[in-house]
Structures are given as structure tokens and as C-alpha cells.
Design a protein around this ligand. Sequence first.
Ligand SMILES: [Zn+2]
Length: 257
Amino acid sequence: MAYIIPIVLIVIVFFLLSRKRTKKQPKSFPKHWHELLLKNVAFYKKLKEEKQLIFQKRMMLFLQEINVEAVQFELKEFDTILVAASAVIPVFGFKEWHYNNLSTVLIYPDYFDENLSFTADVQGRKIAGLVGTGRFKNQMILSRKALHHGFRNATDKGNTAIHEFVHLLDHTDGATDGIPERLLEHQYIAPWLALMHKEMEAINNDTSDIRSYGGTSQTEFFAVASEYFFERPTLFKRKHPELYAMLATCFGTDTIS
Ligand SMILES: [Zn+2]
């Protein structure tokens, strides 16, 4: 969730001392990852074989360009797989994509609070992921628990890591404002705004099945609706056909076909 967090010095010091470099990533796609993806990543499972090969290549490209680092725990191969898959899913419809506004994905072991503490009292730790600003520019922080939960739960409509990568896509035009101007052609912008506002109103009137966090701002609406689009495409298309069509245009992919 894109909290704009004031960075305090003490947090930075703690953070810099506690991060661990990731293990070197493999250069080519490890064969056994295929089974892991089939078992855990529904989006991948639904792809035809030739598309799965492209997905694999895109994952490796991502891992060559972006560091994945664990903070105070040892990064497991499966963590890396889920991060790379989350990064590829929203951009898979594009011919090519480089996350130029990202250099590192930091994985925290658990949910964290606004001071980026994952050891504070559990009541205050509600943040599952964020895209950094200021000193944390070009960094994404993900809770490992939320990362895994996003793929494990097949019936919810959420996926924290996809949500954060969608914020990065939103930001490519210079503003994280829920209006992906680089992804939507100009003629779609006004219809997108109108549709977004209508859907946000429904959320805030409690007449929508889109997660309530999507009603808090345009930025969060775009990310929350996108999670639903990628996680539960069939249900999403049935419940929100207009929104489904718009997001399919935006991401260049019809997630059902
Ligand atoms: Zn968010």
C-alpha cells in the first residue's frame, strides 16, 4: 500500500545495518521452477506452453535487472520466484518491459509499521508492502508473509506484490495517481476517470465487492482493482465488465483468454 512515509534517521540506520545481500541469481531458468510455478502461480498455469517459456525468460530478465534482498532472514528460492512472478504478471501483455523506477525489492519477514519496524507490537504492523520514496526511491518493500499469502489464497481477490508492481507502472508517467497515462491511450483517459470514480463511489457506498481500500484514493483503486483483475479474472469480468475491458486494454492482456 502506497503510504508516503516520512523517513526518520533512526530507521535508515537500522535498515542499512540489517539488510542482507541476496544470493546470486541463476542466469538461466532453473528447470524445477516450472513445477513450482505451476503449483503456486495460477496466472502461469493458465498460459500455453510457448507463453510459459516467455514468462520464464521475462522472470530471468527481471532478476538480472533488479536485486531481491532479504532483511534479517535468509532469502529462499521460493521468495525470489514469487517476487519475479509478481513483477512479470502485470507487464506480461507488453512486448518488453524494464522496471526503470526500481532497483531493489526488499523482503521483510513480516508485516511492518510506519517506521518500517517488523518487530514492533503486532497491532501497529499493518503494512504489507510499499513503494519507497525519498531515500527509499527505487525500492519496494514487501512483507514475506503477505507475498506468500497473495499466491496461496485462491479465493481472495488480493495480491500484495502485484499491487505494488502496479503502483510502479502507474508511476512511469511521473505521478502515482491511478491514471496510467503511459499505458492507456489518450482517448481512454476521460472514460477511465469516469469509470474509476463510479466504481470508487460504489465501494464507498458499500455496494461493491472490490476491497474497501480501493475506495480511499484513485491510486489505491487502480492497484486494488488490478489485483482483482489478475487474481480472479473470471469473477471480475462477470461483476465488472466495463472495468475488466478497461484494464485489459491498459495491461494489453485479456487474462481470461
Ligand atoms: Zn497501494
